[in-house]
Design a protein around this ligand. Structure first.
Ligand code: SF4
Length: 203
């Protein structure tokens, strides 16, 4: 199957947790990790494109399976023949690994463990410190200690957070995201996110 910029099918690789995407913006391949194969999220955004979205959290993950899929995909993506077969010319480069999927990744109780798996797989493939790691989140659970711990690990790995903020007012966010999160909480979660990396860099 040839990947293209409009194909964001998370089943493209026939895997449960890992999928490749060609990013138009980055002109490269992003390897996605889907922690929500059950299509569950703690929000219900008006524009959400997750098929059959349900309100809820990520399920218990099979970390051994995730690690195996990740290794396979990282190996494939470093193979020029695989790139040539599956990726359009001009985008045949590995750009990042993104924790993003069919729901909010920070609802997974195993987020920190997943980052540990990712660290090991990147290390074994010689990509640790060379490949960007991105956590794409709605930011609503950053105040939870287990999420904070995962953010600190992410910062140690040199990763980054893309924090969704759709509107400045509580009422508009409520309408767009179908989520109760007042502005003080949004701000403190943003600060918490930033400070996870600042506190590490000052240690
Ligand atoms: S946060 Fe993302 S996955 Fe969750 S409902 Fe909104 S767009 Fe969908």
């Amino acid at each position: 199957m040839k990947l293209n910029e409009s194909n964001h099918d998370r089943d493209a690789a026939g895997m449960t947790y890992v999928y490749p995407v060609v990013s138009r913006r980055a002109r490269g391949v992003s390897i996605g990790i889907n922690l929500n194969p059950n299509n569950a999220c703690n929000w219900r955004c008006a524009y959400c494109q997750v098929p059959g979205l349900t309100r809820g959290a990520a399920p218990q993950l099979d970390l051994a399976k995730l690690e195996s899929e990740l290794r396979q995909m990282l190996t494939r993506a470093q193979d020029p023949a695989w790139m040539e077969r599956h990726v359009p010319e001009g985008s045949r480069r590995l750009n990042d690994v993104a924790l993003s999927g069919n729901g909010e990744p920070t609802t997974s109780e195993q987020l920190d463990d997943v980052l540990g798996v990712l660290e090991r797989a990147l290390g074994e493939c010689g990509l640790l410190g060379r490949l960007r790691i991105v956590l794409i989140t709605n930011g609503s659970l950053v105040h939870q200690p287990r999420v904070r711990a995962a953010l600190e690990r992410l910062a140690r790995l040199g990763g980054e957070v893309w924090f969704k903020l759709d509107a400045a007012t509580d009422a508009t966010r409520q309408r767009l995201n179908d989520a109760h999160l007042d502005s003080r909480r949004v701000l403190s979660n943003l600060i918490e996110c930033a400070s996870a990396s600042i506190s590490l860099s000052s240690k």
